[in-house]
Design a protein. Structure first.
Ligand code: 6GU
Length: 229
């Protein structure tokens, strides 16, 4: 069965073109995933189609109202079960490859893309099963986090990547190995040269060079990110 991902957003246009580009587009064409973007405004039923309102207790800015989210989410929950109802928020658990690996086994995922300080908290409280942050920085909304999650999950689905794009020897898989750099023609460009060993045709030397580079880059990566040592 094909995976289904529903995303609810007040700014659905921000999701459409990234999801219809490159490998994620191809994954949908190959029927490996169905991604459905829901416009929050379609669930506003008052005469002005209002989806935001002033926060109780004061403070700057507007909040997304609970009712359109509840309507949309409850409709989806009537139609199918969801393995994960994801709520992107700076306060959530840090997203990583092991979460992507787990979620790639799901049948149905829902992502509720609100805005920071922009969503009535009862939506999170009532529906979220997974609260996720994508890093230590502040974004204007959950949409970019939703795209990060979708991209990292969909590329793991069987039949999405071609052999040449294979996920098997990726950087940041469980061994935390950073790969050696890659080069293509021309062998020299603006005085910048491709390492000789890669031009040599000597398979064993190439293999050893890649392993050595991978080790050096992995150590450097650990150091700049203050991991162990
Ligand atoms: Cl998931 N959302 C927002 N708005 N900001 C973030 C984030 C999520 N993760 C890190 N910063």
């Amino acid at each position: 069965m094909m995976m289904r991902i529903d995303v609810i957003s007040a700014v659905p246009d921000s999701l459409i073109s990234p999801l219809n580009t490159s490998i994620i587009k191809r994954a949908q064409e190959r029927k490996k995933v169905e991604i459905i973007v829901h416009n929050l405004r379609d669930y506003a039923h008052d005469k002005h189609k209002q989806i935001d309102d002033k926060p109780f207790g004061g403070g700057p800015g507007m909040l997304l109202k609970p009712e359109p989210f509840f309507e949309c989410i409850e409709k989806l929950l009537c139609e199918r079960k969801y393995d994960h109802i994801v709520f992107p928020t700076p306060g959530g658990k840090f997203y990583d490859q092991s979460i992507a690996n787990k979620w790639s086994l799901a049948q149905n995922i829902m992502i509720i893309a609100g805005h920071y300080k922009g969503i009535d908290d009862r939506v999170r409280e009532k529906f979220a099963t997974d609260e996720i942050s994508i890093g230590m920085y502040v974004l204007t909304g959950g949409e970019i986090a939703a795209l990060v999650i979708i991209d990292s999950v969909v590329r793991l689905l069987p039949g999405v990547l071609n052999d040449s794009e294979s996920a098997l020897n990726d950087s940041l898989m469980d061994g935390n190995i950073i790969e050696a750099p890659y080069y293509t023609r021309p062998a020299e460009y603006k005085e910048l040269k491709v390492p000789d060993v890669l031009l040599s045709g000597h398979e064993k030397n190439v293999r050893e060079w890649k392993a050595e580079q991978s080790k050096i880059l992995t150590e450097k990566w650990k150091k700049i990110n203050k991991l162990e040592k």
